[in-house]
Design a protein around this ligand. Structure first.
Ligand code: SF4
Ligand code: SF4
Ligand code: SF4
Length: 766
């Protein structure tokens, strides 16, 4: 038996190849180079564009090496390859964070329920794990099967990490292919993690209308003991809910959270509260409203011990990812730890057991809260303190990550006008850099907190997977283009303005796009109210249908939106997904009008998620800070190769139409983002009525914000039938003026067969 046959036999055993739900496709559990040809084909049209964030490399002791002006490093690496290596390293960090989170939760839940515990996703979800099915070829049935998925991710990881060592890969395209592989692994980990917690914690699934829960600082009842949860892993938060329930204390303690732990805590306990997204972490910690701070993992401020010390809150860290140098008291009895903290002997401890940490947190909060004085600066106090500002120094402004006019706002507050500070609050990312440089030690973040009213909002509890029945209903209109697109707002809150996500989401929902949100973006979308005081979640239906606005859940729930695109290919179009990565990704690229948006990108996790989306054929739009990721994938529009194969005739056809136009792009403003999202949802497969609907949206938004017809209309109108009725005369006149020529339209476009692949073109037609 050859080496390859032996490997295949091993894989067949892991994925139970003998199960007959679908025949095993070409790439079960793909290894690092198995999808390399697909990646290279994508990059033939969408070339990597680098914007180095740093010109030097200092990764090994030959260096540091200056890579500017076509110089090479001592190891021979050039600038493009070094940038791509850094991207792979960042993707590995992000995917490792999700993978380790998934690994922890799966082991935690296996310990509670056993590895044969069945995955139960309710009667609306039969295709339980579209990503794991497509990538691994495995149909997971138990928690133990999810462990297999994470073990596959771990196996691939060691090779990817090895490739980043000095003197390994020498091609930027190969590094990008490895980054795509890492992004794909990230999605496997996301799906495994969320399915484990949905099934193990009994989170909502197969339900469209999940409850609305409270969001914002104003919702925190400071007369009660307050426990603040920070991070992404809700194991301890859910254990706290169990303890509070068991002891009839649920309505006597405030469980509030920041970032995804908060969202996941509400999937278990709709009484838990969401303080806000990541960007509000430092603000809220500084208010001192929390009696106990409980940290888990990912995106947690690294100076929380100092912040907790400033406000006198107790701190319990329970994840091995974040130990803060604290004493490990895990082996001590629960009551002994509580006594130690309450007596002030050790107010900050490491308890590496989520259940024990949960019980300690509740007992400490109950004991400490009565003696603590919790208040936010009053507006009058804020005015008095701000009076010490010397606006002319402007140090805060110069040091601000978003170049906000901090000094002017503080000095205006000193004169009694708090409005500029309140406005600043919505644009501030809470980094604290302004405070650090103020020679007068003005507590700028506290002043902003006092100026911004303690608003109360709503966010819908994360609903998990998109239902198979919903896919059957919308599959056809999405593929034909009559539902103009599916847009996922994912990721972090490094926004130019926190109101942007709600604005874009609403603009799209009212134009009948399907809007999905997750993580910090899901919270930010809820932090805006209309004149009648309603948030977006109260105005739009929560179904996966035209005009729906869905919170799928936390960061790991992003998997369900990619999963929905896969399900459209698998359930609606009947394409076999099992170990058929290229077939499914090709379908999404050419026929599913989906687009991912990371408007406030900052983390390596968001880069991994976005890079994974691109490999699936889903274009990525990044907000202004996205340029710091260093790399985009852009086409040269009409000058590039837009040749596809017509699945019916198997003939090559030059479509001359740049859709999707780019696979990763940065834009500066929310208006430009809206226009770009609309374009990125166009697909070659759009029918004439579908394309006319998409172009109608494009033209109307363009006219609204720029006052004219779009100057690239000729790229997207294929025949006169594509021109939207309302603008037909104007559009045809414009096309005539620029010398437009009709383009071919295809009902079964595919790039399978335009590069070397084992997948036959005939497989794309069902
Ligand atoms: S890895 Fe290469 S470019 Fe980087 S410091 Fe070492 S020799 Fe220089
Ligand atoms: S905390 Fe806000 S205002 Fe201060 S520097 Fe950071 S972004 Fe700017
Ligand atoms: S650095 Fe301090 S004193 Fe200077 S403008 Fe800013 S807030 Fe005022």
């Amino acid at each position: 038996m050859s080496k390859t046959e032996k490997l295949r036999e091993k894989i067949n055993e892991i994925i139970r190849a003998e199960e007959s739900w679908e025949a095993v496709g070409q790439t079960p559990m793909p290894r690092v180079t198995d999808l390399r040809n697909w990646d290279f084909r994508l990059m033939k049209t969408y070339r990597p564009f680098y914007a180095p964030f740093c010109d030097l490399c200092c990764l090994c002791n030959f260096g540091k090496c200056d890579l500017t002006q076509d110089r090479k490093g001592a190891c021979g690496i050039d600038m493009a390859t070094q940038q791509a290596r850094m991207i792979l390293i960042a993707c590995l960090m992000g995917a490792a964070a999700h993978g380790a989170h998934g690994r922890h939760l799966i082991e935690h839940l296996i310990e509670k329920h056993g590895e044969d515990y069945p995955l139960v996703l309710g009667d609306q979800v039969n295709v339980e794990a579209p990503i794991i099915r497509t990538v691994l070829g495995l149909k997971p049935q138990t928690l133990g099967d999810l462990r297999k998925a994470v073990e596959y991710v771990e196996r691939e990881f060691i090779h990817l990490v090895a490739a980043t060592h000095t003197g390994q890969e020498g091609s930027n395209l190969d590094y990008e292919s490895k980054a795509f592989h890492c992004g794909m692994l990230d999605h496997v980990a996301l799906e495994a993690c969320d399915l484990a917690q949905i099934t193990g914690f009994n989170y909502p699934t197969s339900v469209v209308e999940t409850p609305l829960v409270e969001l914002g600082w104003g919702t925190i009842d400071r007369t009660k003991p307050v426990i603040l949860l920070v991070g992404h892993n809700a194991a301890a938060a859910n254990s706290m809910t169990d303890y509070l329930r068991k002891n009839n204390l649920l309505d006597q303690v405030e469980l509030a959270g920041i970032c995804c732990t908060a969202l996941d805590a509400t999937r278990y306990n709709a009484g838990a509260k969401v303080v806000g997204p990541l960007a509000q972490q430092r603000f809220f910690l500084k208010t001192g409203l929390a009696d106990v701070i409980v940290t888990d993992e990912q995106c947690v401020l690294t100076d929380i011990p100092a912040l907790a010390g400033e406000t006198g809150a107790a701190l319990i860290a329970w994840s091995d990812k974040i130990c803060y140098g604290l004493d490990n008291v895990t082996e001590k009895e629960t009551d002994e730890i509580v006594k130690m903290i309450v007596a002030g002997e050790k107010k900050q401890v490491l308890v590496l057991d989520s259940d024990k940490a949960a019980e300690v947190a509740v007992k400490v909060a109950l004991a400490l809260a009565p003696a603590r004085k919790k208040f936010i600066l009053s507006p009058a106090q804020a005015v008095e303190i701000a009076g010490r500002c010397r606006e002319k120094c402007e140090k805060c402004h110069q040091n601000c990550a978003n170049l906000l006019p901090v000094g002017t706002a503080v000095s205006r507050a000193g004169e009694g006008d708090l409005e500029p500070l309140a406005k600043l609050f919505r644009k501030c990312v809470g980094c604290g850099k302004c405070e650090e440089v103020c020679d007068f030690n003005l507590p700028i973040l506290k002043l902003m907190a006092a100026a911004a009213s303690a608003e109360k909002y709503k966010v819908r509890v994360g609903r998990g997977p998109i239902h198979d029945v919903e896919i059957r209903k919308v599959g056809s209109p999405i593929v034909l283009g009559t539902i103009p697109g599916v847009v996922l707002f994912a990721g972090c809150s490094n926004y130019p303005d926190i109101g942007d996500v709600a604005w874009m989401a609403e603009e799209l929902a009212r134009r009948k796009y399907i809007v999905c949100l997750s993580g910090c973006a899901a919270m930010a979308a809820g932090m805006y109210k209309d004149a009648e005081g309603r948030t977006i979640y109260e105005k739009y239906p929560p179904s996966f249908d035209a005009g729906g606005v869905l919170n799928v859940g936390s960061c790991v729930s992003n998997a369900h939106v990619v999963g929905a695109a896969i399900k459209i290919a698998n359930i609606f179009a009947n394409l076999p997904s099992r170990a058929n990565y290229e077939l499914i990704a090709d379908y999404i690229l050419n026929r599913v009008g989906a687009c991912a948006v990371v408007w406030g990108p900052y983390s390596q996790k968001a880069l991994a998620i976005g890079t994974g989306a691109i490999r699936w054929g889903i274009p990525l739009l990044l907000g202004p800070h996205g340029a710091k990721y260093r790399r985009l994938f852009m086409s040269k529009k009409e000058y590039d190769d837009w040749t596809v194969i017509d699945g019916r005739t198997e003939q090559l056809v030059d479509t001359r139409e740049p859709t999707p136009e780019h696979m990763a792009i940065v834009v500066e403003t929310r208006e430009r983002a809206l226009l770009t999202i609309i374009k990125l949802c166009m697909r070659r497969n759009d029918t004439a009525p579908g394309r006319a609907i998409k172009l109608h949206q494009y033209i109307s938004v363009y006219k609204e914000h720029l006052g004219t017809l779009p100057d690239d209309l000729q790229n997207f109108v294929r025949t006169e039938r594509d021109a939207p009725l309302v603008y037909k005369k104007e559009v045809l006149a414009y096309l005539n003026e620029v010398g437009w020529q009709p383009k071919p339209t295809l009902s079964l476009p595919t790039i399978i067969g335009t590069y070397e692949t084992k997948v036959p073109v005939s497989a794309t037609v069902k």
